[in-house]
Design a protein around this ligand. Sequence first.
Ligand SMILES: [Zn+2]
Ligand SMILES: [Zn+2]
Length: 188
Amino acid sequence: MRSITTFDLQYAHRFYGFKGEAQYLHGHTGTLTIEVEDSVNMGVNMVFPCNEIQKTAWNILKNFDHALILREDDPLLPAILGVYEQQGIRNGAPQNTMKGEAFKTELATAYPECRVVVTKETMTVEGMIKIVYELLKDKLNIAKITFTSGVNAATCDFTVNRTQDRCPLCGIALTTEGVCPKCGYRKK
Ligand SMILES: [Zn+2]
Ligand SMILES: [Zn+2]
């Protein structure tokens, strides 16, 4: 069965080199849906608690919210970083508090200090799905990701061929030692 969680992400981007309106900088509210697949954990009668999926994913996804997402070869990137530098906000500001955990993968690098994500490929809805899967596949048994932004939408199914050991009392993933990080339950 599946547990399904949805997130709203507000971001700015553009399609560098694209021959259409989207070559100009603009913003969206995107909706990302993550479906986690596993057996039903009999102890709690859930696949996975959705608030725990939220916490795990949001820690990373926060980097995309109220952020600027640009491709690595986009000349806007050095231009904007130059302005941030001049303003003294390139390396952070006291008011920038909702920061995600910095990450770097093959497809994207997050700079939470200045709310920028740099991508290898153009950040389309398809591109976002690839980036999110890469970031979360080891943490969650992701069976499907859907991303909608404006009139654009894409979805992708992924094969899940493992089960996660979960706490029978609160439902969250156990550590490799078989301990629940939330309630302290120990697997016998
Ligand atoms: Zn757009
Ligand atoms: Zn527990």
